[in-house]
Ligand binder design. Structure first.
Ligand code: PRP
Ligand code: URA
Length: 223
């Protein structure tokens, strides 16, 4: 009961024209790797901007050239973690760390086994602990949410830190309904932010219509 109530508020679809325009460029099979990367950066920027609206702010006194004023800054006590999933999340992570230069970037190495479609973890760069889990804000970045296996595995890597689930967000450029359902069945409290939800997965676990293999298109490794 609680789970089904939480679902609508825990998925956010960014319908900004800039996001949709760049997603279309990424989808086109004739888009070169260079233009794919450019479009990824622009889409990632729009999406990351809207995904960080949960960051706490505090008031501070400053002096403008004209007058003293009270203004807001991101709470300096907030520990901001950007967690890109390798390898397709690398560009996304770069864009995010440009927007939030003081954030810490911890890479998570995961790939999806081609036959079983199950995630395989090969790298975990998370620290031993976080000083104040209640003030830690985590943004997991991956272009694609397909079966949901990699997204779930990334959250499992964070479980031991006791970070409140409302402080963790999974941000993806494109998603499939199957993956969102599986992810929210496991983690109903974690918000998923995506530019678009496509129709379905095909028999090989690829998103339809999708954009193909995000990592291969980003790094020009289609042979
Ligand atoms: C892709 C993508 C996600 C995963 C999504 O990674 O970047 O991490 O698949 O699929 P899932 O929801 O079914 O788990 P891939 O395994 O292709 O690795 P790569 O980024 O290294 O190419
Ligand atoms: N991973 C991708 O890169 N693309 C898909 O469609 C599914 C998983």
């Amino acid at each position: 009961m609680e789970t089904s109530l939480k679902k609508p508020e825990n998925i956010s679809v960014c319908e900004h024209p800039l996001a949709l325009h760049n997603l279309t460029i990424m989808r086109d099979k004739n888009t070169s790797a260079e233009l794919f990367r450019n479009a990824t950066r622009r889409l990632a920027e729009v999406l990351f901007f809207s995904s960080t609206d949960n960051l706490p702010t505090v008031k501070t006194q400053i002096e403008t050239p004209i007058a003293l004023t009270e203004s807001q800054i991101i709470d300096p006590e907030a520990e901001i973690i950007i967690a890109p999933i390798l390898r397709a999340g690398l560009l996304f992570g770069d864009v995010a760390s440009t927007l939030l230069p003081d954030a810490r970037v911890h890479h998570l190495g995961l790939y999806r086994d081609e036959v079983t479609l199950k995630p395989v973890t090969y790298y975990n760069n998370l620290p031993k602990n976080f000083k104040n889990p209640n003030k830690t804000y985590v943004y997991i970045l991956d272009p694609m949410l397909a079966t949901g296996g990699s997204a779930i595995a990334s959250i499992q890597m964070l479980e031991k830190y006791d970070i409140p689930h409302e402080n963790i967000r999974f941000i993806c450029l494109l998603s499939a309904p199957e993956g969102i359902k599986t992810f929210h069945a496991a983690y109903p409290d974690i918000k998923v932010i995506t530019a678009w939800i496509d129709e379905r997965l095909n028999q090989n676990g690829y998103i339809v219509p999708g954009l193909g293999d995000a990592g291969d298109r980003t790094f020009n490794t289609i042979y």
